[in-house]
Design a protein around this ligand. Structure first.
Ligand code: SF4
Ligand code: MG
Length: 285
């Protein structure tokens, strides 16, 4: 593709119907910017999502898109990537979709190192269903489902992804679309499972974790941090205590799921050209 793409070239023409002030706008702007900086051909991009406010992203992106089932974006994206390893696969979704309904899939995407980029917009609440506690909600947050606060501790998605073996882990705040773009771009360039966590405010239903709250708690990953050292990345999260590190936390390279599958095909005497049908023994009519 010879022409230089701009952010506007990735806009589908469908305007987001998110509420005014929603953090998902910042994350989407980061996605547009990252794609433009990569000059990625929209025909080479597939955006897969589950259900939720942030899962509406495929409608707003000029690319192939699949708005799938609640929590099931990961398995669908894994299938897309294995069938078409020549495409970039981007998953978008929220905290409830990813870590509650889809919580069983997240570890396995990280473990298998499937070559996709997962952008998770975390507003610590279910927005689309009008305000219920999610796995990342603070205990003191009162919502329709938890009018007296929650009995559950919020999970830490960064520690979760690091310990399950994600090979690229980063976090940004939606109020800084440039940082979102830089980290999403890095994720799309990365070979392997790239997890980009974006802190997004939901001004309509989460009155506790506002944009100002996120601004107060974020702290840059130190420039001298060794992103190749997983122990140091985990230690940094604990060291930051109540602060949320923003920036690239971890990056390493190991065989991706499609590379492993291609290797199995070769070992089984198949063609060196990767073909998923040879593994699952399907034949064309
Ligand atoms: Fe955004 Fe919350 Fe409105 Fe959903 S309900 S669009 S997450 S502000
Ligand atoms: Mg949410």
């Amino acid at each position: 593709m010879s022409e230089k793409m701009e952010m506007k070239d990735y806009k589908s023409g469908i305007r987001p119907i998110w509420c005014l002030g929603c953090g998902d706008f910042g994350a989407l702007s980061g996605i547009y910017r990252a794609l433009a900086e990569l000059n990625l051909d929209p025909h080479k991009l597939v955006n897969v999502s589950g259900i939720g406010c942030s899962s509406r992203t495929p409608y707003f992106l000029k690319a192939y898109g699949m708005h799938t089932l609640h929590g099931r974006a990961g398995p669908v994206a894994t299938g897309v990537q294995l069938a078409r390893p020549d495409l970039k696969v981007l998953v978008t979704g929220g905290d409830g979709d990813g870590f509650s309904i889809g919580g069983g899939h997240m570890p396995h995407m990280a473990r298998t190192n499937v070559n996709i980029t997962y952008v998770l917009m975390d507003n610590h609440i279910y927005g689309l269903t009008k305000g219920q506690g999610s796995p990342t909600s603070r205990r003191e947050m009162k919502a329709y489902s938890t009018p007296y606060g929650s009995t559950e501790e919020p999970m830490n998605p960064l520690l979760y992804m690091l310990t399950y073996g994600a090979t690229y882990v980063a976090q940004a705040f939606a109020g800084d679309p440039k940082m979102c773009a830089e980290l999403i771009k890095g994720g799309l360039e990365h070979e392997g499972f790239a997890y980009v966590h974006i802190l997004t405010q939901c001004p309509t239903f989460n009155k506790l974790d506002t944009a100002d709250y996120f601004k107060d708690i974020i702290k840059d990953v130190p420039k001298k941090h060794d992103v190749t050292n997983i122990r140091k990345s985990i230690r940094l999260i604990y060291k930051f205590k109540d602060k949320e590190p923003v920036g690239l936390l971890y990056k390493t390279r190991r065989s991706t799921l499609d590379e492993c599958m291609a290797d199995f095909v070769r070992q089984a005497g198949g063609s060196s050209d990767y073909d998923i049908r040879k593994i699952i023994n399907l034949s064309r009519p």
